[in-house]
Structures are given as C-alpha cells and as structure tokens.
Write a protein that binds this ligand. Structure first.
Ligand code: ASP
Length: 324
C-alpha cells in the first residue's frame, strides 16, 4: 500500500508524477520532493516557487520544509530568494542534526554551495499582480488586508510508501504583500507539517499566524495517535483551534488541513468553503476533491470537469494591467 495527499488542486500533476516513484516501490522522500518540485517549477501557480507572488518590496521570498516520519529528520528554509527548488534545500538540510533550519542569505549561500540551481523567481506575471495591487490600493487610498487563498496557497504533501515510511513536505511563497522576512507556518515543524511513520502525517495551509497558534499538524498526528481516524483528527483540530481563537481573540483566519494515517487512509478539514485537495493511492486513482460544509463538518466531493477546466483557465488567463 502507498498513498499521497496534497493541499489544493495544484498538487495534481505533481502527485501523479510522484506516484510513479511510489508505484515502483520508491522512497517516500523522493516522491515528495519530486511532487513539490513539479509544483514549484510550474509558473502559473502563483503561490509556490517560480511565479510565486512577491512580498511588499516586490521580492519573492519562499519557505519550505520536509520531515521524514521514520527517522524524524527535519529540514526547512525560510524567506529564501532565488532558489529554484526550496523543497530540495529543505530535504538536504534534513540530513543534519544541527543547522537544519536556515533562513535568508545564509540559506541561499548554502544552497548555491551544494549546487542547487539558483534563478530569479520573480516572473512578469507576478510583477503585474504586484503592480495591480499597488494601483488598487492607491485608487482607494487603503492598504488591503493580508489574506491567504487569493489564489495564494501552500502546497503540503503527506505520503506513505510501500515500505511503510511516512513523510511530509511543504512549499510556499507565503502571503502576497507580506513584510520582508515574514515566516508563516509552512516551514515550522508541527505547524505546517508533521510526520511519524508509526502514526501518520499532516500538513496545513491558510493563515500561518493562526495555524501556528494551534501547532495544528502536530495536533492532528497526536489526535490520530489517540485513536481518531484521519478525518476525525483533522476535523477536531480545525474546530478546536477555531473555537479557541474565537474565544481568545474574537477572530480566526482560514485553516485547512490534510492528513494520512499509517494505513494510507486520508482526512481533510477546513473552516472555509471550497478548499480543494488531491488524493492518490495504490488502490485509488489521482482525484481532485472540493470541500463544502454540512452540519458544521467538512465534507468533500469530486471536482467536476467544469470545475477543473475553470481552475486552469483562471490560472492561465492573460492578465490585465490596471496601471496602464
Ligand atoms: N500558510 C501560508 C502562510 O501563512 C499561506 C497559505 O497556505 O496560503 O504563509
């Protein structure tokens, strides 16, 4: 048995590609790296890797992390520029006992030292999005709130290989217009991801500042350890974090999570409408699902052909320059 789950529709092609590695008895870490690399390299996904939306200074700063649930190796990088595949840096760093979470120029120097490809990650499309945003803010004389999910999301992948190893990886350009140096949950162990091969793995996307307050991926894995199914574990973690944030702060950002257990069963929960995810396993073809809420719980259904077509059309549509 092998299985893979990823946040958002954008995980589809990466998961399909990486599932070939798992199908041939390959290693979970290689499958996660190859899935995430595909997504990082695809220029039309504006929330991960090349083509990711920039910070308020028009710089693309990327975060990524990798955790091996069999060895507890963990590596991460934050606020890195010009590294083509931040997931590869995170995975390389996970091999060390120390110095395994690097940020900024230190991480960039190390990446080029070990021969990772360095490229300018700011695309012309990303520049148009940035300039349009400034134009809109100038028109209204008001700065827009920083929000996830405006086509802007982290890819988080959890996988199980046929040797029963579980791992998780994340990659993101973080919130559009964030401050330089801002880190979200994605590279933070226990928040953006967590994996333990004897239990399962989880990964999150949404408002990093709030997801971190619940150490949500760790919480989900602990919920599974305590006997919950992946679905119950995800649902419980999202609902309790939302409840506690509303009680203490009167507000709660977007929270969405995916998980798998050691038998390859999956779970998903969110406090928004329309969170999408991809699941594939040795006995389940790759499918995109879209969530909805019913009786206060997250449910999901397979994405329709129309939904899938609209998704890609929207991603690749020509951009209008509002500022010209
Ligand atoms: N969680 C990411 C962050 O806060 C953003 C996202 O998943 O949309 O950086």
């Amino acid at each position: 048995m092998w299985a893979m789950i990823g946040t958002w529709r954008m995980a589809l092609e990466g998961i399909e590609l990486a599932s070939k590695i798992l199908e041939q008895g390959g290693n979970v870490g290689d499958s996660i790296e190859s899935a995430i690399k595909y997504i990082e390299n695809f220029p039309y996904y504006k929330s991960v890797g090349y083509g990711g939306l920039p910070n308020e200074n028009m710089q693309v700063e990327l975060d990524a992390a990798y955790m091996d649930g069999s060895t507890f190796d963990f590596g991460a990088c934050g606020a890195v520029r010009n590294i083509k595949n931040p997931i590869s840096l995170a995975k390389a760093l996970s091999k060390f006992d120390t110095n395994n979470f690097l940020v900024g120029p230190g991480a960039e120097n190390y990446a080029s030292k070990i021969g990772l490809e360095m490229v300018n990650m700011l695309t012309d499309r990303a520049k148009i999005h940035y300039k349009n945003r400034l134009y809109e803010e100038n028109q209204t004389n008001e700065k827009k709130d920083l929000k996830p999910y405006i086509g802007h999301d982290t890819v988080g992948i959890c996988a199980l290989d046929s040797n029963l190893n579980i791992a998780a990886g994340t990659s993101t350009s973080g919130l559009f217009m964030k401050k330089q140096g801002r880190l979200g949950d994605s590279p933070v162990l226990g928040s953006g991801l967590y994996a333990d091969s004897s239990i399962g793995a989880a990964s999150a996307t949404g408002l990093g500042e709030d997801l971190m307050k619940g150490c949500i991926s760790y919480q989900i894995v602990m919920n599974m350890k305590n006997g919950m199914s992946p679905q119950e574990a995800c649902q419980h973690a999202v609902m309790s974090l939302e409840e506690i944030l509303r009680k203490k702060r009167d507000k709660c950002g977007d929270l969405s999570v995916v998980a798998i257990d050691k038998d390859g069963n999956f779970g998903v929960a969110t406090n928004i409408e329309g969170f999408s995810f991809v699941y594939q396993s040795s006995n389940h073809p790759a499918k995109v699902y879209v969530t909805y809420q019913e009786d206060g719980k997250t449910r999901y259904k397979q994405a329709s052909d129309k939904w899938l077509e609209d998704y890609m059309e929207k991603r690749m549509a020509p951009l209008i320059k509002l500022y010209e």
